[in-house]
Design a protein around this ligand. Structure first.
Ligand SMILES: [Mn+2]
Length: 317
């Protein structure tokens, strides 16, 4: 952990935390845990979210520290981005982020562009939650049950429940410490992993219907139009995890979820199983991520972007 970041955070009077757009369990969990810890240490803290917190994470402690940025808000001493690979992932909060005298970027994406004044990027870490855990230790802040609940959510979601290849011995050591802080793993796991809604179930059904296979079944693709989302009653956050359906099929190396965002933009989620570095594919389209999980937002029609991505992945299979 960067000593200067630790020193600055311990001395700061006010800190604003910025998780990435379409915040996932890691972005939200690590932001809430850090916010609660800094608050408990007597600091002024706010978490600026881009969208409402996804329903699945609304039970987490610390959500009262989140809100939307208002241009009349006074700048804090430090603006700190968490789990955010590049400025684009700050969405509409990009300008607000750079208003503080000191900006910090803490992340684990291999494609991180080090956009802040101080950057700490550990791509060997499975989750930003693990980095925040280490940061809290360095700050000598006690991790209570609420903070542990949020950090465990961060670690567990970014490792797919400790199943993905990014999971390390260190991941388990940290998880073990978090469990010791008194969290209820059974209840927490059920809430974050075994809890669906009818719209999400219908969306999953639609995804299976629409699954297409290419390149001797090594590439799986699901393409969602806005109409598909509308027909199922699902929201954008319900698309979380859909890309894993294709990857789970025997023989598939790369899975794509190609989703119409609006008339001009298409969001693509990429997953790979063993050897294709999808962060490179996503980076070629202005996005980023990790070797086995990445994403990009591309200008064009749904069909155009779908074709472009299929071509780009074919070369690497
Ligand atoms: Mn993450």
């Amino acid at each position: 952990m960067d000593r200067e970041i630790v020193k600055l955070l311990s001395e700061a009077g006010g800190v604003a935390i910025f998780p990435h757009v379409s915040a996932d369990g890691d972005a939200i969990g690590s932001s809430l845990a850090l916010a609660m810890a800094l608050k408990k240490a007597g600091k002024d803290v706010v978490v600026y979210v881009e969208e409402n917190i996804p329903a699945v994470y609304r039970f987490l402690p610390g959500t009262e520290l989140t809100r939307f940025y208002d241009s009349s808000d006074e700048a804090m001493d430090i603006n700190l981005a968490l789990d955010t690979g590049d400025v684009g992932r700050l969405g509409t909060r990009g300008e607000a982020f750079f208003k503080a005298p000191c900006t910090v970027n803490i992340d684990h994406h291999v494609t991180n562009t080090k956009f802040a004044l101080l950057n700490y990027v550990d791509e060997t870490s499975a989750s930003t939650g693990e980095i925040v855990y280490i940061l809290l230790k360095k700050l000598k802040l006690h991790i209570d049950t609420d903070m542990a609940t949020c950090l465990y959510t961060a670690v567990a979601t970014d490792t797919g429940g400790f199943k993905y290849s990014n999971t390390t011995a260190e991941t388990h050591r940290i998880a073990s410490e978090l469990v010791s802080a008194g969290i209820d793993i059974g209840e927490l796991s059920q809430r974050i992993f075994d809890n669906t809604t009818y719209p999400k179930l219908r969306l999953t059904q639609k995804a299976i219907e629409l699954l297409e296979f290419y390149e001797n079944n090594r590439l799986a693709v699901v393409t969602f139009s806005r109409a598909d989302l509308l027909a199922t009653g699902a929201s954008d956050e319900d698309c979380d995890g859909i890309v894993n359906i294709g990857r789970s099929v025997e023989g598939v190396e790369v899975s794509l979820l190609v989703k119409e965002k609006n008339a001009e933009e298409v969001r693509v989620n990429l997953r790979s199983k063993t050897y294709v570095d999808v962060s490179e594919v996503a980076a070629a389209f202005g996005g980023g991520g990790h070797k086995r999980a990445a994403g990009c937002t591309v200008n064009g029609t749904l069909q155009q972007v779908r074709e472009q991505l299929i071509e780009a992945v074919k070369d690497r299979l």
